[in-house]
Design a binder for this molecule. Structure first.
Ligand code: HEC
Ligand code: HEC
Length: 336
């Protein structure tokens, strides 16, 4: 009897040991699976924020002594980049990109995901202020929610930077009201096209990457969509002046470019030696050092989308000698 009891005890112990270790295993596995999927989400966010949506490119300090003004290491997300009518006359007054690192006092560390999402897609910040539409919330309003949430997850992993960005100065009447872009109230219904749906996926990336406002001539303060991608917007920087190219499939645009030439325009800047040159007057405002990190398949999708748009005849002088053309100021009046 004693022997039997002892045996039962051993069995129970063995059973308990096996059961509890299998329990541990499955909770460890669950924990690992959770960590893996969080890592995947953050990685997607890192990719989009740095190489497609260019959040980090606008929200950091940049070194314009080098080609395309790469981000100064250590300033990622800290904001403070100045945009003013001196660089592009479409911008009334001056403003600074915000600190979007998780610093609680000067960044967005104390914002909820919903508050960050509203700022990115509706242009309304935590304080309730409407952001100037240079912050491309009208484009981000068309992004799939899963991509937006992955960007937010990534922003939370940035090193917090304590930096108070100066307040914007907008001239009256822009300071009280400006024509807000048409926006939908919720991004819940936005779909991300399948990557195999090349042209539509390319369009999705182009929207996120904001190619339109830089490459489309402005009329009355808005891009003239009847001449989408015809180029010719002039950007003035202290050391250089550059006009955006015609990237329509016209012969004055990139009509004669094959896929290889298009990909090369971006891919050569994967080699940092091509960026770390003193660019002088032949510089650009197009964030090429960041776009260079786009996947080959994403660049191809963009190429095929651009092939599908309406060709517009417009020969552009890339480096105009004088301030020949400036962005059409349209509705905005700059008070100096
Ligand atoms: C073309 C430059 C540009 C790009 C690209 C850009 N931003 Fe901004 N962003 C700005 C500017 C400028 C402001 C401040 C606007 C103002 O003061 O009215 C701003 C404001 C913000 C704010 C509001 C912060 C606050 O304290 O009010 C958030 C959040 C933000 N951006 C996040 C993002 C994210 C995320 C992305 C990428 C998905 C992004 N931005 C891409 C220029 C940009
Ligand atoms: C901040 C403004 C800006 C943004 C955003 C921008 N570009 Fe550009 N782009 C320019 C300027 C300025 C030039 C001319 C100087 C140069 O070649 O970089 C240019 C040149 C180009 C060229 C070279 C054409 C030629 O004839 O040499 C291509 C292709 C191009 N852009 C495609 C794109 C695509 C695709 C996007 C979006 C993923 C984009 N650009 C986003 C400003 C911009």
């Amino acid at each position: 009897m004693n022997k039997l009891l002892a045996l039962a005890g051993v069995c129970t112990c063995v059973f308990l040991a096996v059961w509890s270790s299998s329990c541990n295993n499955s909770s460890e596995e669950k924990e690992k699976a959770r960590a893996d999927s969080i890592a995947l989400v953050v990685e997607r966010g890192r990719y989009l924020a740095n190489h497609v949506a260019a959040c980090i490119h606008c929200h950091s300090e940049r070194d314009f002594s080098k080609f395309s003004g790469p981000v100064k290491p250590g300033t990622e997300g800290g904001g403070g980049l100045r945009f003013s009518s001196e660089e592009a006359s479409i911008i009334p007054g001056e403003m600074y990109s915000s600190n979007i690192t998780p610093d609680s006092a000067t960044g967005i560390g104390s914002w909820t995901d919903a508050e960050i999402l509203r700022a990115i897609t509706q242009g309304i910040n935590k304080k309730g202020d409407t952001l100037f539409p240079l912050m491309p919330y009208a484009s981000f309003n068309k992004m799939a929610k899963e991509d937006l949430l992955s960007i937010i997850a990534y922003l939370r992993t940035l090193k917090p930077i304590s930096k108070k960005v100066p307040a914007r100065r907008l001239p009256f009447p822009v300071s009280v009201a400006y024509p807000g872009p048409a926006l939908q109230a919720s991004v819940d219904q936005n779909l991300r096209p399948a990557e195999t749906d090349t042209i539509r996926y390319g369009q999705y990336l182009v929207t996120m990457a904001n190619c339109v406002p830089c490459h489309t001539p402005f009329d009355k303060g808005k891009p003239d969509m009847t001449r989408m991608f015809a180029g010719g917007n002039v950007f003035t920087h202290p050391g250089f002046q550059v006009a955006s190219s015609n990237i329509t499939p016209d012969s004055t645009g990139i009509g004669k470019w094959d896929e290889g030439r298009f990909l090369n325009k971006f891919m050569i800047y994967r080699d940092s030696a091509q960026v770390n040159v003193s660019a002088g007057r032949q510089n650009t405002v197009m964030p090429l050092s960041d776009y260079a990190g786009m996947k080959d398949s994403d660049l191809k999708a963009i190429y095929y989308y651009l092939r599908s748009v309406k060709p517009v005849n417009n020969a552009v002088d890339k480096y105009p000698a004088e301030k020949t053309k400036q962005w059409n100021m349209g509705a905005f009046k700059v008070v100096k």
